[in-house]
Design a protein around this ligand. Structure first.
Ligand SMILES: Nc1ncnc2c1ncn2[C@@H]1O[C@H](COP(=O)(O)OP(=O)(O)OP(=O)(O)O)[C@@H](O)[C@H]1O
Length: 246
């Protein structure tokens, strides 16, 4: 049977900051439609990995391919084009406080759509993305009027607006109460299905990982130390893995 090409491929990745060797021969492959969680201790290099994948940080060496393209070899315009196919949900949400929800969602369209495209389709795109996260009624509200969970949903809607093929989540449930965290995790599964997207999720929220992951990659000592389903890793007797589950 022909092997399906991975959507994201990382091979033998190295990244150091001075004498701080963060990623040391890290490799992983993500198949189309998968929800992958990268789990590691604080400071283990999870954010550095995600930033290398989208070339916000330059890797020292290794191969990085996303949507079958080598991001390291691309010019600025090509990287920009590629990033329009990738949705990001950052820990901080990064909503603009001085803009309405609508304006926040229109922001990526301004960069990637022509004036004509925006005239024709912006309203519909904003409403569709907001409806996907159950918040169409907030379209003219300011971020300050929203709860933490609602802000997270709006940020997710904004990352969906360009219908990304890949979604990167950096600690999507940090700072939320357990019920809201669960809602956000379930929403992540729902949007992944609707958009047929592939997700890479950085998290150490065990409930979020259980709900969202098809596979978990353990980032330990700069490497892909182990990868398996959440259920199988949970049964592991390896002390380095057990630390996360006990
Ligand atoms: N731009 C940078 N310059 C220097 N060092 C950096 C930079 N970015 C990250 N680091 C270092 O790389 C290491 C890994 O950081 P990273 O943010 O990836 O950790 P993390 O696993 O995401 O942690 P957390 O779960 O706490 O967010 C840390 O030691 C950090 O200090």
């Amino acid at each position: 049977m022909k092997k399906i090409a991975p959507i994201v491929e990382v091979k033998n990745l190295y990244k150091s900051f001075g004498s701080n060797h963060v990623l040391k021969d890290f490799s992983m492959e993500v198949s189309p439609g998968e929800n992958i969680v990268v789990l590691g201790k604080s400071g283990s290099g999870k954010s550095v990995l995600i930033k290398c994948i989208i070339n916000l940080i330059q890797a020292d060496s290794g191969i990085l391919k996303i949507l079958n393209q080598s991001i390291q070899d691309m010019g600025e315009d090509e990287v920009d084009q590629l990033r329009s196919e990738i949705g990001f949900l950052f820990q901080s949400n990064a909503l603009y406080d001085s803009m309405t929800v609508r304006q926040n969602l229109e922001f990526p369209l301004r960069r990637h759509w022509s004036v004509e495209q925006r005239k024709q389709g912006a309203e519909r795109a904003v409403l569709e993305a907001l409806s996907d996260v159950g918040l169409a009624h907030t379209i003219d509200m300011m971020p300050a009027e929203l709860s933490g969970g609602m802000k997270k949903r709006v940020a997710l809607a904004r990352s969906l607006i360009l219908k990304p093929k890949v979604i990167l989540y950096d600690e999507p449930t940090t700072g939320l109460d357990p019920i809201t965290s669960r809602e956000i995790s379930e929403l992540m599964v729902k949007v992944q299905k609707k958009y047929n997207a592939t997700s890479i999720i950085i998290s150490h929220d065990m409930n979020c990982i259980r709900i969202t992951s098809n596979r978990v990659i353990m980032l330990i000592d700069g490497k892909n130390y182990a990868e398996d389903t959440f259920e199988n890793l949970q049964k592991s007797t390896d002390p380095k893995i057990r630390e996360f589950f006990d």
